[in-house]
Design a protein around this ligand. Sequence first.
Ligand code: SF4
Ligand code: SF4
Length: 304
Amino acid sequence: MTKGLIFDIQRFSLNDGPGIRTTVFFKGCGLRCAWCHNPESIASYQQLSYDPTRCDGCQKCMVAVGGKGISILNQKAVVDMDIHDRTLELVGVCPQNCFRVLGDEKTVDEIVNVVLKDLDYYRESHGGVTFSGGEALNQWPFIESVAKKLKEHGLHLTLDISGYDPARYLNYTTDLIDLYLLDLKTSSDMVYQKYIRQILDPKQTLNTLKKASRPVILRCPLIPDINDDPGYFDLLANLVDEYDNIIETNLLPYHKLRKNQNFKLYNDRQFFTEPDSTRKEIWVKEIRDRKIRNVWMENKEISL
Ligand code: SF4
Ligand code: SF4
């Protein structure tokens, strides 16, 4: 694999592992979480997006496609993204820059060059680089080449994984990756089927990482009344108890994210209720009742 397909490189990230980091987001994911915060990461190819807020209704895009899948309503183009998901030529047609391509093909050196710009910050803050997504593991052969070059500079490397690894790359990553961020999505097969469309067993992933003596930070997206049931906290307590390589757990309260751009969605995106302070207090109590060690929420450790 000579190029990787990424959808963003975020410098100075503070929430994707220790210290100051650069996070490289890879495109393509086999899961379909209904609460996904990066739905533009799901498709594993370059995809068209459309931002209607910039449109002045000039009709140039409509003319370019002969009216197929684009109409004008109230001085704005209405674009059928199912039809134009891959009509990347529209980017060059629009004078208002309403269209853009989600996904950039980058070489190993292009990524390494961006990352190395902040070498001093990583060293001072004990930070490094995080590979995220999407499901970064899907592009492991490419990431491996990037990781080898970054290791020549002694950088700390983190891999953010969903627990779904159809190509079973995880075993090949442990020589290069220093830390893993692993999602714990639900304890319920019903929730997996309904909201994610795959049933995962986090123990499979944790067994591999424990055998390789690799530390893990568990990330727990909590969506009120969807996955924050007592069974979830029981599972979390059991995992933290059984796997001493889980060094930390982060509770991630659900929040709605609205993006202006339209693109073809590959999940049944839904908006859920955001947790209020009462709900968060219930979560804290669930953690304390089970005496789960080293759990953090919103940058604060939950004291036991
Ligand atoms: S070309 Fe751009 S500005 Fe013109 S109608 Fe299409 S989207 Fe709107
Ligand atoms: S695993 Fe992550 S990137 Fe993939 S659909 Fe779920 S939340 Fe989105």
